[in-house]
Every structure is written in structure tokens, then in C-alpha cells.
Design a protein around this ligand. Structure first.
Ligand SMILES: Nc1nc2c(c(=O)[nH]1)N[C@H]1C(S)=C(S)[C@@H](COP(=O)(O)O)O[C@H]1N2
Ligand SMILES: [Mo]
Length: 197
């Protein structure tokens, strides 16, 4: 059945159990990081790579950017269609490292030790990117400034805000919400919300 705020056209873009929102809710565990000295910021790529990498804020902001259009689906049942992002393709980030063949999973590390896990194949999808702007505006601190991961084909908790590290691993390991009952994979079309789904 269509809920009130779904049109027929948008319904096939809204996964089961989700409701559309026009707003952009803010959801996270812990406190919002505010930065005053970006020379202390870096993005680390480590784990199963040939030589760890640390990208400075200055170098990171010079990377080529692209526009990405997507729909996002939060496990708490809101979906937001037609997001326009500016971000850095994962393929640009991958130019910095040579990943070892045994790497199968990625752990995304955020500020304050928050993390989330996903398969390498999902991280590498062309629709996954490192987001800098949303709907024409730089990300606000609440939404993950200066850079957040965006993996739109999985529930939005996999889209780490305040991204600081990308770790390649051989085996899957649960991140923060995954240790607290959320699904290891999180496909919204299969309603993989919790670990028993
Ligand atoms: N660093 C960090 N990233 C995070 C979270 C978090 O607690 N910490 N929560 C996730 C969850 S559960 C959701 S639904 C989205 C919410 O993003 P938003 O606040 O921009 O809507 O961020 C995800 N990324
Ligand atoms: Mo969430």
C-alpha cells in the first residue's frame, strides 16, 4: 500500500518499511566534532595495503570532485530522494594505494572511534563516494563535515560521517552499530535492519 506521501513514481524507489522525508534528519552516536586546526586533520588508508597512506586536508581538498545523485535510506525508516552531492569518487582515493589481494572488507573509521564495516566490493561501487557538499552547500558539522562516506545502496548508517580512516581487512568485523544489533551488510531492499534479518 502507498503511504500518503508516496507518489506512484517514487514508490519503486522507496524500499519496504520506509517513509519519505523532505527534511534531512541528523542522527549519530556521540558528539559533533568541530575543527579549528585543519593541519591536524588527515585521512588514513591502512590495513591490507602496500604502504599506509595519510592524505592531508590540503591535498584532500584538491582531489577532483564529481556530482552524485542518489536516494538515501535510514534504518530508522526515513528515506530521502533526489540528493545532489559533490564528492570524491572512491576510484580517486584508490589511486593512493595498492590493495593486497586478500582484502575483502573495509572498516570506515570516523572521529571518536566510531566505525562501520562493509565489503570491499560495495566500497568500490561507482555510486559510493566521499561527500563534501549536499544540495549545493558544504556539509554542516552535524552532517559530517569536512567529509563523510556515502554508500547509498546500503542503509545510511554505513555512510560514516567525519571520516578519518579507511582500513582494508581480510575478514569481516562488526563496526559500532553492527556490534549493537544492526545487520553486518544492511541492504535496504531486503530490509536487513538487524542482525537477525
Ligand atoms: N561518525 C558517525 N557516522 C555516522 C553515524 C554515527 O553515529 N557516527 N551514524 C550513522 C547513522 S545511524 C545514520 S542514519 C547517518 C545519519 O546521517 P545524517 O545525520 O547526515 O542524516 O549517519 C551515519 N554515520
Ligand atoms: Mo541510522
Amino acid at each position: 500500500m502507498l503511504s500518503d506521501n508516496k507518489t506512484k513514481e517514487s514508490n519503486d524507489r522507496v524500499p519496504p518499511g520506509q517513509t519519505l522525508t523532505q527534511g534531512f534528519p541528523v542522527l549519530h552516536y556521540g558528539t559533533v566534532p568541530y575543527y579549528n586546526d585543519m593541519s591536524k586533520w588527515d585521512l588514513k588508508i591502512f590495513g591490507l595495503v602496500e604502504g599506509d597512506v595519510s592524505i592531508s586536508y590540503k591535498d584532500f581538498m584538491k582531489l577532483p570532485r564529481k556530482e552524485f545523485n542518489n536516494d538515501i535510506h535510514c534504518v530508522t525508516t526515513w528515506s530521502k530522494l533526489d540528493n545532489v552531492w559533490e564528492g570524491i569518487a572512491v576510484s580517486e582515493i584508490m589511486k593512493f594505494v595498492k590493495v593486497k589481494p586478500e582484502a575483502r572488507y573495509v572498516m570506515l573509521h570516523a572521529e571518536e572511534g566510531w566505525n562501520t564495516n562493509l565489503p570491499v566490493a560495495d566500497f568500490l561501487q561507482e555510486t559510493s563516494f566521499l561527500g563534501i557538499k549536499h544540495n549545493g552547500q558544504l556539509l554542516t558539522p552535524e552532517h559530517g563535515a569536512p567529509v563523510r562516506m556515502v554508500v547509498p545502496h546500503l542503509y545510511f548508517w554505513k555512510s560514516a560521517k567525519w571520516l578519518r580512516g579507511i582500513e582494508f581487512m581480510a575478514k569481516d568485523k562488526p563496526g559500532f552499530w553492527e556490534r549493537n544489533g544492526y545487520n553486518m551488510y544492511g541492504d535496504p531492499w531486503k530490509e536487513q535492519r538487524y542482525d537477525f534479518d
